[in-house]
Write a protein that binds this ligand. Structure first.
Ligand code: HPA
Ligand code: ZN
Length: 340
């Protein structure tokens, strides 16, 4: 028994639970409609002739397939207003899913390489985050791991005047061939500046990359982490350290990290004592925002009430919110669960 009368009752419960989203690339929330509108506004030529053609191109067999299209798509983002509009649209969508707190990734190198000012990127995102919507936020600047560490160092230099708006650094883009240790120095400097650290690891890369994220980068959280399950000593380490994994079911499906959601490792992670969470990664590209991720994986694995409550609790305890704020959100989850 999963504790619900029907899948629809479970979906309704998921819908009303307060939740935090900890793994969301703001550039990955660029819906085809906005991509088209911004291309027109900014006079950027798109490789696609229609919104349907864009959606049809979202058929990926691995991470790199997706990244090639993702970097093309973000070319329509040119000025501060574009980053504001993008972020505001995501926040409005997240609010409808019961998201109360969000920790947003952005990829400054994907923009500065095209001549977009760092200030326009951070300024537009931060202006939208500052609007009152009942959602608190943190901003995490990712380094593109396919580029040299020296480029990440320059990006951290550029970020220095904006550190009041930036809470942490992360590591994303093409994983295999770009191990976390490549970024040991820039992560050490980020930590010395008081920034939190996270890294994508074990999405396509081997368990060794997750070990490096922990031991070399000393991360506060692991993004994805699916392949950690291949190494029992690593699972024990992550469980003992109480580290949170930001898991992204529909992303894993679209990028062929899993063959189908019925074989998704989410339940195995929870059973192994790992603090897993559910997130949307790049919702415009992967077919759904956070509730769609929750519902799809809950249906495929027949997640029960206790598992769903654990997942939303983990989303707050794994966040960079203060202990007092986390406690407030956990109490709201308890109240919501009791009211059912
Ligand atoms: N993995 C790595 N890099 C990314 C992703 C992802 O899922 N999304 C955006 N950049
Ligand atoms: Zn990601």
């Amino acid at each position: 028994m999963n504790g619900f009368a029907s899948p629809a009752a479970r979906a309704a419960f998921i819908g009303v639970l307060p939740k935090a989203e900890l793994h969301l690339h703001i550039e990955g929330s660029l819906e085809p409609e906005m991509m088209f509108a911004l291309a027109q506004r900014n006079g950027v030529k798109l490789a696609f002739s229609s919104i349907e053609a864009i959606r049809a191109a979202y058929d990926f067999s691995n991470l790199q397939d997706f990244l090639d299209i993702y970097y093309q798509g973000m070319a329509v983002l040119r000025c501060e207003q574009d980053f504001f509009d993008l972020t505001a649209a995501y926040l409005n969508r997240a609010a409808a899913d019961g998201v109360r707190h969000v920790e947003i990734f952005f990829d400054p190198q994907g923009h500065t390489v095209r001549g977009v000012a760092f200030a326009s990127v951070v300024g537009g995102i931060a202006r939208a985050l500052a609007e009152e919507r009942g959602i608190t936020s943190r901003l995490i600047m990712c380094f593109l791991r396919h580029l040299p560490e020296s480029e990440a160092e320059k990006t951290l230099d550029e970020a220095l005047p904006f550190l009041p708006f930036i809470h942490g650094v992360g590591l994303d883009s093409s994983e295999v061939g770009h191990p976390p240790e490549k970024f040991a120095r820039v992560f050490a400097r980020a930590r010395s500046l008081g920034l939190k650290t996270v890294a994508h690891a074990g999405e396509e890369g081997p368990p060794e990359y997750v070990w490096q994220a922990l031991d070399v980068l000393k991360v506060d959280r692991i993004d994805h982490g699916n392949r950690a399950l291949e190494d029992t000593a690593l699972v024990e380490r992550i469980a003992n350290d109480g580290l949170t994994l930001t898991v992204c079911p529909l992303s894993n499906l679209k990028l062929c990290v899993v063959d189908d959601l019925a074989s998704h490792p989410l339940r195995r992670m929870l059973s192994a004592g790992l603090q897993a969470t559910v997130n949307s990664d790049d919702p415009a590209y992967f077919g759904g925002y956070v509730n769609a991720n929750f519902i799809a994986v809950a249906d495929a694995l027949d997640l029960n009430r206790a598992e769903i409550i654990s997942l939303v609790r983990n989303s707050f305890t794994g966040s960079f919110l203060s202990a007092a704020d986390q406690a407030r959100h956990l109490a709201a989850i308890d109240a919501c669960a009791a009211g059912e």
